[in-house]
Design a protein around this ligand. Structure first.
Ligand code: ATP
Ligand code: MG
Length: 283
């Protein structure tokens, strides 16, 4: 039976989180920095460590069955692959930025201007959609220095905090796309049962990351108010305590409205609130 291959970034911004995700899925492998390929000892899978530029095409061409890569790379390389699962890390935004002293004020001002970028395909699509004819200049790295060198009037690049822009005398003009890491798959799915198993494991790790396990104590008089705030996975567990009027409530709370929930619970009479991370949630 065929062993599947998954391609992940060898080093760079997605490497560590990709390795961590696969390890949290219970996959056992050595994270050899020097080797291109690492077998998983407890799942029929091999890990290929590659430049992120190569991952989309390797997956499209079936050299790898699966890959973890930024959505921006999929969009840029225009490959034909299956989008299997968004992964919630490697979040970034691709923006057009201009020098602080630029006379560009609106999109139409980019007509006839030069824009330097490592993502020419994404930029060309954006310009075409907005009916702008600009000169797109492909630069593979350090795009942000090109206006200062007189090589371009603007840049199009990944921006996270904006610190790099600032230190190069640039300011954001407009957002073009936002991106996060995504699991992609070859269109000719081999061993779909293994891919489904892997996706189910990934989803249980992601769900667990989005939720916290909460234990609290509450007087029975306030129990109804507290329970009304807690949907839980199905329904919260209510456990009697040694002290007759008191119960312990166990439940899970989504990370995103966590602090709101905790203050509402306190107001409703919850005490001794304990919050714990969850390793996995199996649907
Ligand atoms: P490689 O050597 O593999 O070609 P690279 O230098 O091209 O690496 P990285 O800078 O490691 O690429 O970025 C990889 C991906 O991480 C990007 O394509 C993008 O999806 C995401 N990314 C890039 N910059 C950031 C950022 N500042 N914050 C979060 N994610 C980012
Ligand atoms: Mg790259």
């Amino acid at each position: 039976m065929k062993t599947l291959k998954i391609a992940i970034q060898k080093s760079g911004r997605l490497n560590e989180k990709s390795v961590e995700l696969l390890k949290n899925c219970g996959l056992n492998f050595e994270n050899y920095k020097s080797s291109l390929i690492s077998p998983v000892s407890n799942f029929p899978l091999e890990i290929l460590f590659l430049r992120d530029d190569d991952i989309p095409e390797y997956v499209q061409d079936g050299i790898a069955d699966l890959g973890i890569v930024g959505e921006n790379m999929i969009e840029e390389t225009e490959v034909d692959v299956n989008y299997l699962q968004r992964l919630g890390f490697g979040k970034c935004t691709l923006k057009i930025a201009i020098p602080n002293n630029s006379d560009i004020q609106q999109l139409s001002d980019f007509n006839g201007k030069a824009i330097a970028t490592s993502y020419p395909a994404i930029l060309e699509k954006f310009l075409a959609k907005n009916d702008i004819k600009a000169d797109v200049r492909m630069i593979s790295g350090s795009v942000e220095i090109s206006p200062g060198l007189g090589l371009s009037d603007a840049i199009f690049d990944i921006v996270s905090t904006g610190g790099t822009l600032k230190s190069n005398g640039l300011k954001p003009f407009t957002d073009v796309m936002s991106s996060e890491a995504i699991l992609i798959g070859n269109k000719n799915v081999e061993r779909p049962e293994l891919i489904e198993e892997l996706i189910a494991r990934i989803q249980s790790v992601l769900r667990a990351k989005e939720t916290k396990y909460v234990v609290l104590n509450v007087n029975r008089d306030n129990l109804e108010k507290v329970l009304a705030l807690l949907p839980g996975v199905k329904s919260p567990s209510v456990i009697p305590l040694a002290e007759a009027d008191w119960v312990a409530v166990h439940t899970v709370v989504p990370e995103r409205d966590f602090w709101d929930k905790i203050s509402q619970l306190k107001q409703a009479g919850a005490q001794g609130i304990i919050v714990m991370p969850i390793e996995k949630i199996i649907a």
